[in-house]
Structures are given as C-alpha cells and as structure tokens.
Design a protein around this ligand. Structure first.
Ligand code: TNX
Length: 717
C-alpha cells in the first residue's frame, strides 16, 4: 500500500517535471493520453471572458461561441471563489476547461495552456490539429507584483519592441511593466503642455540640445512616445494582464530636461570650465515654487495616459559626480534648509519627495520611489519602495514597513554582464540565469516581518549600453534578458528561488524550444572547457553546435574534436549556437594573458590631480575634456613584438569618457610614424607588421564633454 502511494507520488512529481512549465505551477497532475484541438473545436466564452477568448484565438485559430453546444471545446469561465490571479486548468479527453478568479486568472491559465501545446504556437503560424496532454493544474501566484523595468531613456526603444517585450512578459505570467521614461540622456514622453520636452529632449547628438552620450556620437538620434502611442501600449499591456507603471525620475537624473528647460535648475551659475563648458547639473531645484506647478502639470497629463495604481517618481542618485553637491551652491535651497532647520541635503530631497507624493495623492496614485528616497523613513508608509542598491537596502525598506519591490542590482539588473568577459555593466558584478534563479529570501536573511512587506520582485534593464548594439534590433536586449527573465518570473510566481535544477531542466526540456518559437534570441549556458594531457576539450549540455574563433585571424571554425592545447589555448575562444540561442565567447585563461612592456607616456592633456600616478602604465584620467589635435603617446623602452595592440578609452563596460574621434599612428623606428586607422567607440586594435617602438593617438574631435576622458592601459597581446 505504502509502496503504491510512493509510486503514484513519484509518477505525479516526475510527470509534472517533464511538462517543463515556466513558471512552474503550484500543483500539476498529469493523466494518460491527450486532447486534440482541431478545426471543429470551439472556444466557449461568455461576454465576461471575451477578451481572453480573443487573445487565445490569435494563437489557436478557432471559432468562439457563446453557447456550450459544441462538444469538443475549450471552455473559459470565471469562478469568483478563486483569487483574482488564480486559475484551474483541466485538459480532459473530451475538452479543455479553464477557470479563473478573474479575467487575469483566466489569462494565466491560457498561458499555461500555450506552454503545454505539442506544437509551437507563439509565432501564430499554427496549423491545426494540436495536441495537449491530459492534465489538471491548480495554480496561483505568490506575489502580486512580478515586474520588469525597462529603461527607454538612455536608449530609445521603438513601440513595436516594447509590445514584443509585453508579449514575452505575458508568456511568463509577469504582470507589471515599469517604464523609465526620463533620465539625463532623454525625455521620452510627449506632453501637450510642454511639447518641447519630448520634441527636443527626446533626441541627442547632432544639433540637439542634449549632447550625444553612450554611442551614436556623430548623429542626432533618439525618439519619444506620443500620448497616443503610450495609450496604445497601456491598452496592449492591459489585454495581457500587465499594468504599465510610468516613471519620471526626479529630482536627480533630469539633465535632458534641464538642457531643454533650464528653469528647473537652481538659481546659480556653476563654474563650467572643467565640464567642457557645459552645464552638467541634473537635479531640480527644491526651493523653486514654479517647479511644483510644473510637476503637477506633468503628472496631470500622465495620469490620464497611465491608469496604473502606482506612479514612480525616481529619487535615486541625486547629484552624483559633479565634485560638490548640486544644492550646496543654491542660495534658495540653502535658505530653505536654514528656515526648516535641515542639517542634510537628504532632508531637502525628502521635502521634495513628500511634496510630489502629495500631488500624486490628489490624483489617486501611490508613489513609488528608488530606495534612497525612503531611507530616512519620513515618507508615508504607503510609499512603495523599489530596492535596487542591494539586498540590505531591500530588507531595510521592508523593515521600515514600506511595501517593497525586490530588485537588487546583483541579481536582478540584466544590464549586468553574464560572465566576466561579456558585454554589460559590471558595478553589480556578473551573473547568469543560475545565480538569478538562486535568489532566496530565506538564504538572503529576510526576517518574517520583512517578508511580510515584500510585494514582489522586478527585473530591470538599463539602457546605457544598448545604443551601441544596434538598438534597431532586439538581439542585444534579448540576449541580456533571456533566460534570466524566466528566472525572475519563476521567483515572482513561486515566491522564492533556489530551484536552478528545475529551471535548467525546463529550459533544456522545452523552454529553449518555446523561446525559439517566440523569436527570442536567448543566451545559452557557456561551453565547458577542459585542458588535459595536451588536449583542449570543449563540451555543451544543450546539444548546441560548437565553434572556435582565432583571435588573430578572426577565422571561425566548427569544433568537432579536441584541439592541441599548446597551439590553441592562448589563441582561440569558443561559443555555441542552437537555433535562436547563442552562448558567450569563452576561452582558457591563457587567451586573456597580456604583455606588460615598459614605456614612457606623454600627452598634450594634463592628468587629473591625484591621478598622476596612473600615467605610469595603468589607466589615465585627463584633467579636462579632450579637444581636436590633442595627443597621447606611448614610447616603449624595448621594441615590442606583439600580434595585436589595442588602445581603448572610456570605461570598459560603458562608452563614456571616451575619445570620440581620432586616429592611431605607429612607429617602427622610433622616429617616423605611420597612420594605422581611426578609433571606433573610443578604441582601436591593430596588428603590428614588426617590432613596435611607439604608439600615438591623435584626437580629431572634442570629446563627450564631461569632466575628462579615461585612457585605459594599452592592451599588448
Ligand atoms: C543605477 S538603478 C541607476 C541607473 C543606472 C544603473 C545601471 C538606479 C535607480 N539608478 O541610473 O542606469 O545603475 O545599472
């Protein structure tokens, strides 16, 4: 008896496993056999469930009927006894039944059904019949907030792409799209009261008021969303159980607006000399009454577009990187501080946040803020906090009683690179889907009291780098998001992570294939390299095809057998490809090894005070912006023999502080120089013809006016 129960339990557990659903439902019972949907099958729906029926028809081209006459049918209904997002799905031998606590729950059930299908449905090119395994699912989400934050300010993302990501979120049962509409580099929302904000603030470079930054340095580039486009996005999302939450980032991160409308800034003229003549201030003046009138105008227009419960008002990173606090030189802010008895600038920011929150309350909106803005604890406890800096900050916000959305950068920021040598930000480290999926509230030390205030989780994508990677396509963004987004969807649905094996199994078992059908260009796990007995062996777990690239010739070859490690370990890297998926480029440590030749460095640009030491061979920071005809020279003590030398400027994770335009010259005799090529994105690599005596870079343009340029150590391979 005991044994047979065990066998049944095992069977149920195993078969649930084999369905490879993401997120994994709460309970699944699998039966024997299947139900076949063919052209005679109808969708039975009432008026109340009509929107879900219409959605389903896009994937399964069936007739929708109101009556229950059809025998073989997919029946949709609402059962008010279930929670709003809860659903029950039964695939039986004579039909399919989906019941939801509301339209939202029903929609979740439909998503599970789509994943169960024997044939790929997501590209909407399905040919009936389609088979569904007999199954009973009872399911509901743990968190009501399962979000994705998309920064469209740093890199403009076309509306069609936003809708595509809304679809991809919906396929994973995610229900909040937080859209970061404004920042230092762009204002992307059309306002009827101030059309110039978007019309001018939505573009940078060329003859724009907003200077180019982070790539596309030589053209006017950007875009904005008309109110009609935004309404359309909101409606599209609503049909997919997704609430769109707008963010206007204030009082910091507002330079694009300030460039178009400097009236928001404090009442003083800054010393702009070290800023290349530009005004880099990016925060609203706290003391100006007119600012609050303007903010109300903005909010008033936006609440009419966005019916969401929440309205995000930013509040992060006020006045970073200017060398002094932005409010410290404002007579009005200082006077306000004095009159209120404030002792810190944070209190000024608190006053701002409170005033803006009051405006929001007038329009029935719950304010959302980045964690800094609620740190002092003076904000009303309805304020919802997005914890981004670290888990510690999430826990603090929750401990202070704020409804908290968990999105610490080191697990949830998908602008972060996925392994050490890949593209992406690195301030929060590098992490792949396995680490994301391991995020566990228990293991991270959240107390039960803290957990009680956690409303959900949110993945984020910040767009500083995207502009460099062909933002007209979704390829880069897909690679950064998938499958990491699948992991966040799972954590949001199940209430905790830590199930990497399950997720990995589901990816391998079915979800890679589903993503192929969704058209997602996901990232595969990295190939595994093994160097033993003079052989370099490479393998993958997912059946993907392996290739290796010679770093000197650029030649790509397909890998079929182990390579001679002596010859290849230091010169080839490997990647794998499988349908729409591709892995990172990985190599043995020897591949990344560099020479460290002695040289004397000289430049027409002075170095920044306190950073002179780094002229001795490591990175250099210039004391001013780099102009036309400025030069940088490396004279080697001994002739350098190298297959490739790379000159780079700017951060190595972000195209900022770069030499925008210039060329590189090389000298083989130490006297005469010959021109090798021009810089792209602040960098150039070249293959010397023989031993090198000196290298010189000459700037041909004024650089991206900030406090200075960063010259990275020469890479000598
Ligand atoms: C921090 S997250 C920021 C963003 C950057 C991001 C890059 C937050 C509230 N501020 O402005 O884009 O890091 O990862």
């Amino acid at each position: 008896m005991k044994r047979s129960i065990l066998i049944i339990a095992l069977f149920v557990a195993q078969s649930a496993f084999a369905l490879n659903l993401i997120p994994k439902p709460l309970t699944v019972q699998k039966g024997e056999g299947s139900f076949v949907v063919d052209a005679t099958t109808e969708i039975v729906s009432t008026e109340a469930t009509r929107s879900v029926a219409d959605y389903l028809v896009e994937y399964l081209p069936l007739k929708v009927s109101g009556a229950d006459a059809a025998k073989r049918a997919i029946r949709l209904s609402i059962d008010a006894a279930l929670a709003g997002e809860e659903y029950r799905l039964s695939v039986m031998s004579d039909g399919i039944e989906i019941e939801g606590g509301s339209v939202a729950g029903l929609f979740n059930g439909v998503q599970t059904l789509l994943q169960l299908s024997s044939k790929p449905l997501y590209d909407k090119h399905i040919k009936l019949p389609v088979e569904f395994p007999l199954v009973k699912v009872a399911d509901k989400p743990h968190f009501g907030y399962r979000g994705f934050m998309l920064d469209v300010a740093r890199t403009y993302i076309p509306t069609a792409h936003i809708k595509r990501y809304i679809d991809l979120m919906a396929y994973h049962k995610m229900n909040k799209l937080h859209i970061h509409l404004t920042d230092d580099e762009g204002w992307r929302v059309e306002l009827k009261s101030h059309p110039e904000f978007a019309r001018e603030g939505g573009f940078r470079g060329g003859d724009s008021k907003v200077p180019a930054r982070y790539g596309k340095f030589n053209e006017k580039w950007g875009g904005y969303y008309t109110q009609q486009e935004l309404r359309d996005i909101v409606a599209y999302a609503a049909e997919r159980n997704i609430e769109v939450i707008p963010e206007i980032d204030m009082p910091g991160h507002s330079r694009a607006l300030a460039e178009v409308y400097p009236q928001i800034l404090c009442n003083y003229t800054p010393d702009k000399r070290s800023w290349g003549g530009r005004d880099l201030r990016n925060a609203w003046c706290i003391a100006k009454q007119s600012n609050y009138t303007l903010i109300e105008e903005i909010i008033k227009e936006m609440v009419d577009i966005f019916p969401s419960k929440y309205f995000h008002i930013g509040g992060d990173e006020v006045a970073l990187g200017l060398g002094y606090h932005i409010w410290s030189k404002c007579p009005d802010c200082i006077a306000l501080m004095k009159s209120r008895g404030y002792t810190s600038y944070m209190q000024l920011q608190d006053e701002f946040t409170q005033r803006v929150s009051k405006i929001l309350a007038k329009y029935g909106k719950v304010p959302m803020v980045w964690n800094e803005a609620a740190e002092s604890g003076v904000m009303p406890k309805s304020t919802t906090v997005c914890g981004w800096q670290s888990t510690k900050h999430c826990r603090e916000a929750a401990a202070n009683g704020y409804p908290t959305i968990v999105m610490p950068g080191d697990h949830f920021y998908f602008d972060s690179r996925q392994s050490q040598y890949e593209i992406g930000h690195k301030w929060a480290g590098h992490f792949d889907v396995e680490k994301v999926s391991s995020y566990s509230f228990k293991k991270q030390g959240y107390t039960p009291q803290e957990i009680a205030h956690i409303k959900g989780v949110c993945a984020a994508f910040w767009g500083e780098l995207y502009v460099e990677y062909n933002p007209e396509s979704c390829s880069y963004l897909d690679y950064m998001l998938f499958p990491r987004l699948c992991a966040v969807a799972s954590i949001g649905w199940r209430g905790d992570g830590g199930e990497w094996k399950d997720l990995s199994q589901s990816l391998l078992g079915a979800h890679y294939r589903r993503m192929d059908n969704m058209g997602v260009e996901y990232r595969l796990e990295s190939p595994i390299l093994e160097c033993k007995d003079g052989e370099l062996k490479v393998s993958v777990k997912d059946g993907s095809k392996l290739y290796y690239t010679d770093k000197f010739t650029g030649k790509v070859s397909s890998y079929s057998r182990p390579l001679d490690s002596l010859k290849y370990a230091s010169r080839v890297s490997f990647h794998s490809v499988r349908a729409n998926g591709r892995s990172a480029e990985v190599a043995m440590p020897a591949f990344y090894k560099l020479q460290n030749p002695k040289f004397v460095f000289a430049s027409s640009v002075p170095s920044r005070k306190g950073y002179e030491g780094i002229y001795k061979g490591r990175d250099v920071q210039t004391a001013r912006v780099v102009k036309k005809d400025d030069w940088f020279e490396y004279r080697f003590e001994d002739e350098v023999v190298s297959p490739r030398i790379t000159f780079r400027s700017g951060y190595d994770h972000l195209r900022r502080r770069i030499i925008v335009g210039g060329y590189l010259e090389v000298s083989y005799d130490g006297k005469t120089f010959e021109r090798v090529g021009t810089l792209t994105n602040g960098a150039i690599a070249f293959k010397p013809k023989r031993g090198v005596r000196a290298v010189r870079v000459v700037s041909t343009e004024q650089s991206d006016a900030e406090t200075g340029v960063l010259i990275k150590a020469l890479r000598v391979e």
